[in-house]
Design a protein around this ligand. Structure first.
Ligand code: HEM
Length: 147
């Protein structure tokens, strides 16, 4: 089981408390689709994703970005059992959506960059270290039913 100190719990909660799901979710997913264009193949039903402008203005990307962050919020509130929390979601991404699990890390990186851009100097190395730990646990949990 992953151990979380009181200080780490506070940092994760503080970062989350400063985020807007409606703003950060769409930006993080849009970045993934623009920076790593092969990820577009999973979103064939989302319409035109052929340019940065079409990704950023795509309402389905925005909606799904919010869905992804909604799932992350549950993890923020269940730090002690993220693996259990994401068991079904991992199976869905593996068996039904056939998402290559390497992409989870790429989305996590995009999310950190969006947060760093928004928070500026408040996203200091200590905050980043804890946030990175949180995302590593999320990525491991989402990958856990692949094997
Ligand atoms: C669907 C969460 C990463 C591709 C979903 C859903 C959630 C979710 C909650 C909706 C599930 C449902 O309808 O029951 C997450 C989280 C991620 C993540 C928390 C990482 C932090 C990714 C990545 C990809 C991906 C990296 C592909 C590159 C998809 C696709 C769907 C989906 C294609 C179905 C979309 C649709 O047609 O509505 N994801 N996801 N996910 N996810 Fe993920």
């Amino acid at each position: 089981m992953v151990e979380w100190s009181a200080a780490e719990r506070k940092i994760v909660a503080d970062v989350w408390g400063k985020m807007s799901i409606d703003e950060i979710g769409p930006q993080a997913l849009a970045r993934l689709l623009i920076v790593y264009p092969w990820t577009q193949r999973y979103f064939g039903s989302f319409g035109n994703l052929s340019s940065a402008g079409s990704v950023l203005g795509n309402p389905k990307v925005s909606e799904h970005g919010k869905t992804v962050l909604g799932a992350l919020e549950k993890a923020v509130k269940n730090l002690d059992d993220i693996k259990g929390l994401y068991s079904k979601l991992s199976k869905l991404h593996c068996d039904k959506l056939n998402v290559d699990p390497d992409n989870f890390r790429l989305l996590a990186d995009c999310l950190s960059i969006v947060i760093a851009t928004k928070f500026g100097s408040a996203f200091n190395p200590e905050v980043q270290a804890t946030w990175q730990k949180f995302l590593c646990v999320v990525v491991a949990a989402l990958s856990s039913r692949y094997f």
